[in-house]
Design a protein. Structure first.
Length: 364
């Protein structure tokens, strides 16, 4: 009997099949893509405030470090939450790089007045397919519904008591498109909250861009910009020409009224409201274990590879829920081994799919 597993790796679809419980994320998408209404995006109910917002301490966690000098997302966010007159917080913390470290910081630095935290900003890279780049635990898996469930189940991530975060505490998840992933936001809410005093989760369905300008080393302006996204997908290293991508976008979003060709020709943001394009990779790893002496299939030829992929119902369902197909990925197959829960090593097939997500962005 085969056992199906998805192994978390980079931007990875995460879940467990016959070995445990299903944890594949079902995500909300743009109305032109899958027909979800705008109300599907996470919009929390406002509780009755028992303490004025200005009496509650506010804090921003910069949950990562910039690895690319051309994308200073974390550095610019730090400037914004330290300097913007309306959005700056009392504290800006840059040394916490996991949800557990963030949680422990909130516990250790509660306001002396005893009032629970007010607004808590969580700044991290992310996307609506596979959650936040920040790990749940130091050195662990990126934050997905599955990773949160695992950490909570093992009691590695404990909820915050009401005296630290209550129903009037607002966690603002500042990450691109995470507002569309309502399951992840609800998972965060229940992982960080205790009992009936669940904190509020606020996140935008749009991409986020931070920028600033300086004069003589001093910040003279800073801003947080929201960008509406439109998507096209293709297998990595097999990029279609712009004309074909423009046709795909027009077919997927007939009411967008955008010059797709012009947007694809622009790859950097400008001070104008002109749309531009951005690309990033979405890898998926799918592992099938073959216990009890079952032979591994021969996947040397494309036809056998394709047949094997189409015989993975959990994979096909997970991709369909994400609005993706097998043809959106470039696939590589490896014969390897997998360690079961009991420690037994069994032969397995590891399929690695690489998809490039082309995103056209326009300021809201």
């Amino acid at each position: 009997m085969k056992r199906f597993i998805i192994i978390p790796w980079l931007f990875i679809l995460t879940g467990v099949g016959l070995l445990g419980y299903a944890l594949a994320d079902a995500l909300g998408w743009d109305t032109a893509t899958l027909g979800h209404a705008a109300s599907d995006f996470f919009t929390p109910k406002k509780p009755k405030i028992d303490a004025p917002a200005d009496e509650r301490p506010s804090i921003t966690f910069i949950l990562g470090e910039d690895e690319d000098s051309t994308n200073a997302y974390y550095a610019e966010a730090t400037v914004f939450y330290q300097n913007d007159p309306a959005e700056r917080t009392e504290f800006v913390v840059t040394e916490c790089h996991s949800l557990l470290e963030m949680r422990d910081y909130l516990m250790a630095h509660q306001a002396k007045s005893g009032v629970p935290w007010g607004q808590v900003n969580l700044v991290a890279h992310g996307n609506e397919w596979n959650g936040l780049s920040v790990p749940v635990l130091p050195g662990g898996k990126r934050t997905t519904v599955a990773a949160l469930a695992e950490a909570v189940d093992k009691k590695a991530l404990l909820p915050l008591p009401d005296r630290v975060a209550d129903a009037c505490t607002e966690f603002h998840v500042e990450s691109c498109g995470i507002g569309r992933d309502t399951q992840l936001l609800h998972a965060l809410q229940h992982a960080l909250g205790a009992g009936g005093e669940l904190p509020q989760m606020v996140s935008s369905p749009y991409f986020i861009l931070y920028s600033s300008s300086k004069k003589a080393g001093q910040v003279v302006s800073c801003r947080r910009e929201l960008l509406e996204p439109w998507y096209a997908f293709y297998p990595k290293t097999y990029r279609p020409k712009n004309a074909m991508l423009a046709q795909r976008l027009q077919k997927s979003y007939p009411d967008a009224q955008l010059d797709w060709q012009a947007a694809l020709a622009r790859t950097v943001s400008s001070q104008s409201a002109e749309p531009y394009s951005h690309e990033f990779d979405l890898p998926i790893v799918w592992v099938v274990a073959y216990p009890d002496g079952q032979p591994l299939p021969d996947l040397e030829k494309w036809r056998e590879q394709r047949t094997w992929l189409t015989q993975q119902p959990e994979l096909l369902t997970a991709l369909r829920d994400l609005g993706l197909t097998l043809d959106d990925f470039q696939w590589t197959f490896l014969k390897t081994s997998h360690q079961l829960d009991g420690g037994t090593e069994v032969p397995s097939i590891r399929a690695i799919g690489l998809c490039t997500v082309l995103t056209v962005l326009r300021p809201v």
